[in-house]
Structure formats: structure tokens, C-alpha cells
Design a protein around this ligand. Sequence first.
Ligand code: ADP
Ligand code: MG
Length: 163
Amino acid sequence: PIKPWHIGGPVVKGFGRGSKVLGIPTANLSTKGYSALLSEHPSGVYFGWAGLSSQGLYKMVMSIGWNPYFNNTEKTIEPWLLHEFDGDFYGEELRLVIVGYIRPERLAFPLSLNFGFEKLQANFSSLESLIAKIHEDRRIAERALDIPTYSKYRDDPYLKGSS
Ligand code: ADP
Ligand code: MG
């Protein structure tokens, strides 16, 4: 369990890779003003609740990090809201309460290590395995957020944008 924390702001444009390459849209937030918070939390996959100004409250699973598969040079905050939207919502106020941590981010370069019989694959060898992993993360988030320990945070007033 982690101590829940908050991040919010208008949804900004990313590289447009989420939907197009992975079939997984991520509503990017600006990292401005969050460098201290981000350095306190390891890169990886988190889950929690998302409040999208006018539209409502949703479960979310998100990546914080460098996107090693794509060799990004800047850290990004990329929540995937677990809901089917009719369109984009760039510029809308998005507020997150992050309540749980699923896994660390993979290493930055494809790397195979041979230890006798064991072969450890450190990066995602294919886009397919990356996509499969993200869907596994989504299922973990969906289930965890139904547990009272995590579901109670959907009532966090921060999500409503009033504080
Ligand atoms: P970008 O690189 O600009 O973030 P993406 O391909 O990651 O583009 O798509 C993200 C955008 O898609 C969001 O900014 C949002 O406007 C829209 N979107 C639609 N459905 C969702 C969803 N379920 N979760 C997150 N973003 C979504
Ligand atoms: Mg995105």
C-alpha cells in the first residue's frame, strides 16, 4: 500500500502514440510543478481514480516514467481512463488520486541476460507483449479499485475540483 497522492491539471497533447500505436489512449498531464512529487515516486504503473471536470469520475491506470520502449527523454504522466469516451478531451481539467502501485517500469534498453538456464528479458521484445502487459495492468487496477481499501478514495473531494 502507498500513501495516496494527487496530481491534476489540463489534459495536454503528447506524441499521439497511445491510441495510434498501442490502441490505448492516455490523457497526458503536464509535469510542470510536479518534479518533487515525481522524484518521490518511482517510475512505473499506478492506479487510482480520475475526475474529469464536467464528465465524471472514472477508474484509471497510469504510467509515470520514461516510456523506455520509445526511448523518451522526458518523464511523462499518462493515465488511461477506464471508460469509453465519444471523443477527445484535450484542455479539460483532469484530477487524479493515485492509490496503488502495480509494477516498476522496464529497463531502458532491450537486454537479455543469461544465467545458466534462466533467461531474463528486461525490455518488451515486441509491441504485442507491451500491449498485453498494459491490459494485464488494467485488469489488476479494475479489480483493486473495487476493494474498499481503494474504492473509498473515489469520494476524495480533490477529484471534484473544488479544492
Ligand atoms: P497524446 O499523445 O496526445 O496523449 P493519446 O494517443 O495518448 O494522445 O490519446 C490521448 C487522448 O485521447 C487524451 O488526451 C484524451 O483527449 C483522449 N481520450 C479518449 N479516451 C480516453 C481514455 N479512455 N483515456 C484517456 N484519454 C482518452
Ligand atoms: Mg497520451
